[in-house]
Design a protein around this ligand. Structure first.
Ligand code: URA
Length: 229
């Protein structure tokens, strides 16, 4: 948004008055007097008029351990949402960088910074997501080969990107995928008619779920974690 428009929306002043106020040097952006009416501003820059703060929003980045039965949405008529797990003062403007199914547990990233969450979720970024998978039946002998070749999803008319399977035991494995199609992991195991009975996301790119976080708990990302995207 342009600065002139911001002043118009956030004060009682008209467009012409906003121009005059700017020309008089009464507006500061990030602590500096600004007179350029066309300056593009974002929602995180501090803006003052006559030394009164008009906008001051901190960027916020969190990781959360999603419990079973909590929905990956900002609002839901029936279920508790991931946003509901945050204390009220932290909820404003927060959204999810990616989703998990109702019964899936593990790493969720939340932020109020849309540019950052777009980098995490953009389909072309090929960010690796690692899931711990428990299945009803033993994992098929040819699963590694099939997952690394890719599986055709008729609904989207795509073949999944090569995925890595690491076996833990007959019923437990670790799957790394590089995209996030609807119910992707369940559908990949569905190829073998094998039901996923538990699914837990361990990491997104180089951000790994903090083992100290119990289900439902969250913590701010460190600056180094934020800088990974
Ligand atoms: N794949 C799924 O099937 N479910 C999830 O929640 C995440 C990946």
């Amino acid at each position: 948004m342009q600065l002139n428009r911001f002043i118009q929306i956030n004060t009682p002043y008209s467009r012409q008055q906003a121009k005059l106020i700017l020309a008089q040097g009464r507006v500061k952006v990030a602590g500096q007097v600004v007179t350029d009416v066309n300056l593009e501003i974002d929602r995180f820059v501090r803006i003052e008029l006559d030394n009164r703060v008009l906008q001051e929003l901190q960027r916020c980045y969190l990781m959360l351990n999603k419990p079973v039965g909590v929905v990956s949405a900002t609002e839901h008529p029936e279920h508790q949402t991931v946003i509901d797990l945050l204390p009220q003062p932290l909820r404003q403007g927060m959204h999810l960088a990616g989703r998990l199914d109702l019964k899936t547990t593990g790493l969720m990233l939340l932020t109020n910074d849309g540019n950052w969450s777009r980098r995490v979720t953009q389909p072309d970024s090929k960010v690796a997501k690692v899931y711990r998978v428990t299945t009803k039946d033993p994992v098929a002998a040819e699963a590694e080969a099939v997952f690394s070749r890719g599986i055709y999803f008729r609904y989207e008319d795509i073949t999944t990107r090569p995925a890595d399977l690491e076996r833990i035991d007959r019923f437990n494995s670790r799957l790394t995928i590089h995209e996030g199609r609807y119910h992707q992991v369940k559908r990949m195991f569905g190829y073998f008619d094998n039901e996923v009975t538990a699914l837990h996301r361990e990491s997104i790119g180089a951000i790994t779920l903090d083992p100290k976080l119990k289900p439902g708990e969250f913590r701010p990302l460190t600056p180094a974690e934020v800088a990974l995207f």
